[in-house]
Ligand binder design. Structure first.
Ligand code: GLN
Length: 264
């Protein structure tokens, strides 16, 4: 890339996410790009933009280039140590806030919090809920802590490992749930594999959570899980051993995505 290139020159090229990449390289808002479209980029800006274009073309998700991603009503820092929050996961928030009133004094835990989206969004929406969150990745926990000033109890814990003796009214989780050989994985190679894959059938972690959850739930407490669109039947069977009132919810594409159950 050489010569005197303007914002407009780039905007008229057919490059993936070019508008957003320009906002990053120039530190400007999208609207500014259009009003200053004749601006000639400095060599430093060109170099930065070129690096971003290359990384994006190699498949690096935009959220890892910008370091942030919107979720529900908030913006979250993300890094390659955390999954990039998906819109499907917002369904967990809607269901959770329908279960209890925002001013109820309840205990909630988000298992495998990653960048903290579930725990932090709930803490923002429901000021009286006492919220805890776990992750087995120290790097992820660092990001989650940076994403909030709310009083959330963070545990460096693999599922329930560090929670002995604690009980909750709601356990919520978006665990890894892809099978080892899932064809999606090729397009997800920039995201942490331990946040995506869970054994041969993608159910190893969900099985562990369902088996252990009853010990950590208060009477009548709920378990709320995200899962893949092909796992609903098997998960219902696993839940039936210790749970009642099992309800499945569909995502915006009409696919089974979330399951709610109440401990027996
Ligand atoms: N939702 C991820 C995806 O489909 C899968 C893993 C997860 O979120 N737990 O890309």
């Amino acid at each position: 890339m050489s010569g005197r290139k303007t914002i407009n020159d780039f905007l008229s090229e057919d490059l993936i996410d070019i508008t957003h990449l320009l906002t990053l390289a120039l530190g400007q808002k999208k609207e500014q790009l259009y009003t200053d479209s004749n601006y000639v980029l400095t060599n430093k800006e060109l170099k930065r933009l070129d690096e971003l274009i290359q990384q994006r073309q190699q498949g690096k998700p935009f959220a890892y280039l910008s370091g942030s991603q919107g979720f529900y009503h908030l913006d979250f820092k993300v890094s390659p140590a955390t999954l990039i929050p998906r819109p499907e996961t917002e369904l967990l928030i809607d269901i959770a806030i329908d279960l209890f009133k925002p001013n109820q004094l309840i205990d909630v835990i988000d298992l495998g919090t990653g960048s903290g989206v579930i725990a932090i969004t709930l803490a923002n929406k429901c000021p009286s809920w006492r919220i805890s969150a776990t992750d087995k990745s120290k790097e992820a926990l660092k990001i989650a802590k940076k994403n909030t000033t709310k009083d959330i109890n963070f545990y460096h814990s693999s599922w329930f490992d560090k929670l002995t003796g604690k009980t909750f009214d709601l356990i919520v989780s978006n665990p890894p749930y892809l099978a080892e050989n899932d064809s999606h994985l090729e397009s997800l190679k920039y995201e942490p594999i331990e946040a995506l894959v869970s054994g041969k059938d993608g159910l190893d972690d969900i099985r562990e959570i369902i088996q252990n959850a009853p010990k950590y739930l208060n009477q009548g407490g709920y378990l709320l899980l995200e899962h893949s669109d092909r796992q609903q039947k098997e998960i219902v069977e696993l839940l039936k051993l210790s749970f009642v009132n099992i309800v499945t919810y569909q995502d915006l594409n009409g696919l089974d995505r979330v399951i709610l159950a109440q401990v027996r």
